[in-house]
Write a protein that binds this ligand. Structure first.
Ligand code: SAM
Length: 395
């Protein structure tokens, strides 16, 4: 075997150090494929490609988040797009803290720290009372970036921030996670001529390649049989995201947990329209479907199946606080009022802010594809951000 990263012509080539890192990761993955009888399930491959210590996309040195390919980044997220996202999210977070009588915030997958810095400042500006802001991220490498962002943008609040190496068994407070569920490994399945196969990864002709094996486990066969679509089909299942939701909702003894991400309820997810599945890779702001391009240097993601997430949370005894589109959630939470608070004659600040809000809300951009789901314990009444347009019934 001569492990080499797949190098497509159409994407900007990484530098020699990044390529060497990718090739080291491919060598590790090849060794694991060999010791596993020549095949790895896709979720294991995705876990290695994103989180292998020092070499995975999130745990290695890739820049990841940013607005342009020229700055070396691969994709942009809502908190990176506009500070108004964090400022608006602060309203439901503050409301949930008050309604549950809790004083702690915990963020999962904090990226560059933008959301943390923005939430900290906005919570204080809104008069919310809270003691600590804890960050949990699988990526140790991002910790330093998060610390630098918070110290630059909310220096007087940096003392309330802590990074956790392990989850507490119990947490009273408010949990937030933006685009965390989509970064959890998924299993891939294909249906060919009516027979389901699990799509895994093998080493073939000197490269990583998909390799499909007939589904044998009865539990897999049973859950795949419930997917009612005709014809050949490729799709994902989300065991890791469901397990994560169960863990968070079990840990949450009082308070609320908000997750914002792209995806659909089950009946829309497993639909003929998505016959190729939702697996997607991002490299230098180009989206494509090949997870074997520059392993460790590109993001790999899949849309979230929100009915399964809702079931996983509710199974633990938590309440489903709400489920709606990002646009509806942000509008309910006052994003247009936040925009109106900026001076329109200050074109340098106002126009980019207005453009970003349009992106966050537009049906053609993030407003409809992105959803917000929230769970709670000890909050008797609903919260304003779900007051209009709650779609929990659709899950
Ligand atoms: C797409 S990035 C989103 C970053 C940031 N929230 C934002 O919106 O810019 C996904 C983040 O989730 C983190 N992540 C994935 N699984 C996680 C888990 N189980 N616990 C904590 N963080 C996780 C990754 O390390 C990564 O930082």
């Amino acid at each position: 075997m001569n492990p080499k990263a797949h190098e497509p012509d159409s994407l900007p080539a990484p530098g020699p150090t990044a390529l060497a890192q990718s090739e080291a990761l491919v060598a590790q993955i090849c060794a694991e494929i060999a010791s596993n009888g020549g095949w790895l399930p896709f979720d294991r491959y995705m876990e290695r490609a994103l989180y292998a210590p020092g070499l995975g996309y999130y745990s290695g040195g890739a820049i990841k988040f940013g607005r342009r390919a020229e700055d070396g980044s691969d994709f942009v997220t809502a908190p990176e797009l506009s500070p108004l996202f964090a400022a608006t999210l602060a309203h439901p977070v503050a409301e949930a803290l008050e309604a549950s009588g809790t004083r702690h915030v915990m963020e999962f997958g904090a990226g560059t720290g933008k959301l943390a810095a923005g939430l900290l400042s906005a919570l204080v500006a809104q008069g919310a009372e809270f003691d600590t802001y804890s960050i949990v991220d699988l990526s140790g490498e991002l910790r330093e970036r998060q610390r630098a962002t918070i110290e630059a943008e909310a220096p007087e609040l940096a003392g309330r921030v802590r990074w956790l190496d392990a989850l507490p068994t119990q947490f009273e407070g408010v949990v937030v996670g933006n685009e965390v569920l989509d970064a959890m490994p998924v299993r891939l399945f294909t249906r060919v001529d009516g027979a389901w196969h699990e799509r895994g990864v093998a080493w073939r002709d000197g490269a990583l390649a998909f390799d499909d094996r007939p589904v044998s486990a009865a539990a897999d066969a049973e859950s795949l049989a419930s997917i009612e679509v005709d014809g050949d089909y490729v799709t994902e299942t989300h065991e890791a995201a469901f397990a994560f939701t169960r863990t968070i909702c079990t840990m949450l003894t009082r308070g609320a947990a908000f997750f914002i991400d792209y995806g659909f309820p089950r009946h829309e997810y497993y639909h003929l329209q998505r016959a190729q599945g939702t697996l997607m890779c991002h490299y230098r702001h180009r989206a494509h479907g090949d997870p074997f391009v520059y392993p460790g240097l590109q993001d790999i993601t899949a849309h979230v199946e929100f009915s399964g997430v809702a079931e996983a949370g509710v199974e633990t005894g938590a309440d489903l606080l709400g489920y709606t589109s990002q646009a509806r959630f942000l509008l309910n939470a006052g994003i247009t009022e936040a925009l109106a608070g900026l001076n329109p004659s200050d074109a340098v600040r106002f126009l980019p802010a207005a453009n970003a809000v349009q992106k966050l809300l537009s049906e053609a951009e993030m407003g409809e594809l992105f959803k917000v789901i929230a769970f709670s314990r000890g909050i008797d009444d609903g919260i304003a951000a779900f007051a209009r347009g709650d779609r929990s019934y659709s899950l």
